[in-house]
Every structure is written in C-alpha cells, then in structure tokens.
Design a binder for this molecule. Structure first.
Ligand code: F6R
Length: 366
C-alpha cells in the first residue's frame, strides 16, 4: 500500500535506501564481494570472460550504459550496450569469451527475452540475468543470475528498479575487477563506496523540498535538455526519460560535449537545461559547456556536488547541492534528484503519475 505517500512512484523513490541495502545484503562484506553470488560456478565463469555484451530496454538499458563506464575502467574489459530491439535483428559479431548480460526489471520484456534466446545461437561464453522477478522467463533461461531486491514496482516509471540494477552491476564490476587484478586499495575503496550507497541515497532524498521548489520552473515548459558527461551521461538520459514519461514534457539528453554539434541551436530563454555535475575529472569541461548555455540565455538547473563551485555558473538558473560522494556511486546518487524532479513536475502538471498515458508496466509484445 501507498501509506503516507501520494503515489506509488513517490513511495518507490523513497524505498531506494532499503532496496539498495537489500540488494547488497549477504553479497558484499568488509573484504569485498562474497563468493558465488551469481550462482553455482559463477565466479569460475566470470574469471574466463574477455568481453561483455549488455542488452536491455528503456531504463534498464540506461543502467547498462552506466555499467559500461565502470567495467571498462575497473576491470579493463571491452563492453558494448545495446537496446534489445536492435540487438536481436543485427548480425552481431561475438568475439570468443564474451558474456551476454540481460538487464530487466520484469524479466518478461519481449525484446529482451527474444534477444537472450537469440544469443544462444551466437556462441557466447554464457548468459547472466540481472532481474527483479525470480520466477520470470529471463531468469529461468539464464546461466547465471543476480537478483535485484527492489520488491514489487507498481509505478510504471521505473525508479527503485534502476538504482538496484546499478547496485547489482556495481557488484558485477567489483567481481570482474578483482579477478583481473585491480589494485587492492582501489578495490577496497570501491567496496566501501558501494556499502555506503544506501546512506548516500538517503541524504539525496532529503533534498526533496528544494526539488519541489525548482520543479515549479517546469510547469509551463514544452521542452527540456539534460546534460551529463561520462557515467553521468546515462543518468541524464534516465532523467529525461522520467520527465517525458510522466510529465509529457519533451526532454532530450546529450553528452554535454555534443552540445555545440547541434542541440545548442535549440537553446534560448524558453529552454531549461538540466545538468548533472558531480565533482570529478570532467567537471571543468562540463562547466565550459554550461557557459555556452548561459551565454544563449538558457535556464540552467544544475545538480552539483557540494564542493563543485557551480553557483557562479548558473546565472538566473539554480544550483542544487548534493553531498560529495565517491565517483563510483555518484551515478546512483545523482539519479535521485532527477527522479524527484520528474515526479514533482508531473504532480504540478496534474498528470497520472503512476499510470502515464500510452505506456504499460511490462512490454510483453514486440
Ligand atoms: C521507464 C520504464 C521502461 C522499462 C523498460 C524495460 O521508466 O520503466 O523504460 O525500463 O520497458 O522494462 P524491464 O526492465 O522490465 O525489461
């Protein structure tokens, strides 16, 4: 039941500290990822992996995109990520030792399931399902599995499924990285970051009153741009998907460096530009991208790490500060204010938040 919350989506957003903690439970300890959390023989199979193909749809696809940045950086394995409806009809080249990873909340998405069946004929080392429904088709048909423990997700717009998928993919990253000799202190730091994720999400949720305030800026908007760089680019994609799904505002996400290759032409006083700007090596580059928006009168809404010094960049826009967090978990943490933004804009616009028009919770037809 919804309890004190106005919609299931809001309840599910606030369940995320618990859902992420449950997904970590008995899978990671003080010394790292525990043995065989992917099923019997899982660690042996993962040790043989030389590359990864991730396939999913929608929000689950965005989780896969984040994982590509992680796995390439920390495990030094090549990763491709593709939407299932494209993957299944493409003549995919599968190098020896490639692992197929399907990500699905429901485990019944028609394209994801068909892609997984198709992968059987394509010569993979094995298949891994990251899924929220234990008895689903995707889970039944996979060699290895790691369940997200989000609990039932009722709102059509996916929230806690996404952050628990990121949590599961972070565990996969750590396992692969350790097997490939990631330096011990680095590994320990990443584990600590992941263990601290539920608390970090709680702190981000505490920003709700500020997000409510800035959501008023969107009530009469037709369009919005979302920008991010690195692993925050898929977070920007996810933020724009949430906004368009439930508020029906046309939203697009770009990697910030692409701005001047086209979308900058859209920027004027009518265009709110939402940027995800945690601290990190790409922050200065992002700041110069945002200067370009400001110079054209675009209204900047920046979600920044407390130490990022973004206030001066926003002009008539607004910067909302999050507590600084480690770079590894930042994508999951910065997702939270974007979910809250989409939710509160939709509430202000009076749309049907839990049941957006034209959409189904589980897309079981092609
Ligand atoms: C967006 C959303 C969809 C799903 C997509 C895949 O909020 O919910 O984009 O993420 O339909 O669904 P699953 O993960 O069940 O395969």
């Amino acid at each position: 039941e919804r309890g004190e919350y106005r919609h299931y989506m809001q309840k599910e957003i606030f369940e995320q500290p618990r859902a992420v903690a449950d997904t970590l439970e008995s899978r990671i300890g003080p010394h790292g990822v525990l043995p065989n959390i992917f099923g019997v023989g899982g660690d042996e199979l993962l040790a043989k992996v030389q590359g990864i193909h991730i396939v999913a749809c929608g929000t689950s696809y965005h989780a896969g995109m984040v994982a590509r940045y992680w796995i390439e950086e920390f495990a030094r394995l090549p990763v491709s990520v593709e939407v299932a409806s494209e993957y299944r009809y493409r003549e995919v080249v599968v190098p020896p030792g490639t692992l197929f990873v399907a990500i699905s909340q429901s485990g019944e998405t028609a394209d994801t399931l068909a892609a997984m069946r198709e992968s059987r004929r394509r010569g993979y080392l094995g298949t891994l399902a990251i899924c929220n429904v234990p008895e689903s088709s995707v889970v039944r048909e996979a060699d290895l599995k790691l369940m997200t423990r989000a609990g039932p997700e009722i709102g059509v717009a996916s929230t806690k499924a996404f952050t628990t998928q990121l949590t599961a993919l972070a565990l996969l990253t750590l396992q692969l990285a350790q097997q490939r000799g990631l330096e011990a202190t680095r590994y320990a730091d990443l584990c600590q970051q992941l263990i601290s994720l539920p608390r970090a999400i709680e702190r981000a949720l505490a920003l709700e009153p500020q997000v409510v305030e800035l959501s008023a800026r969107f009530i009469h908007r037709q369009h919005a741009l979302f920008l991010g760089r690195g692993a925050q680019y898929p977070v920007a994609l996810e933020g724009s998907l949430k906004l368009k799904e439930i508020s029906y505002i046309h939203a697009e996400a770009y990697p910030a460096g692409e701005l001047k290759h086209g979308p900058l032409a859209l920027v004027d006083e009518e265009m709110p530009v939402v940027a995800v700007a945690p601290s990190g090596p790409l922050l200065d580059k992002l700041k110069s991208n945002l200067q370009e928006v400001k110079a054209r009168g675009g209204e900047l809404i920046v979600f920044a790490a407390g130490d990022a010094g973004m206030d001066a960049e926003t002009g008539k826009g607004v910067a909302l500060r999050l507590d600084p967090v480690g770079e590894f978990i930042a994508p999951a943490v910065f997702t939270i204010p974007l979910q809250l933004l989409a939710y509160h804009v939709a509430v202000l616009r009076g749309t049907d938040v839990d049941q957006p028009r034209n959409l189904a919770k589980s897309v079981t037809v092609e």
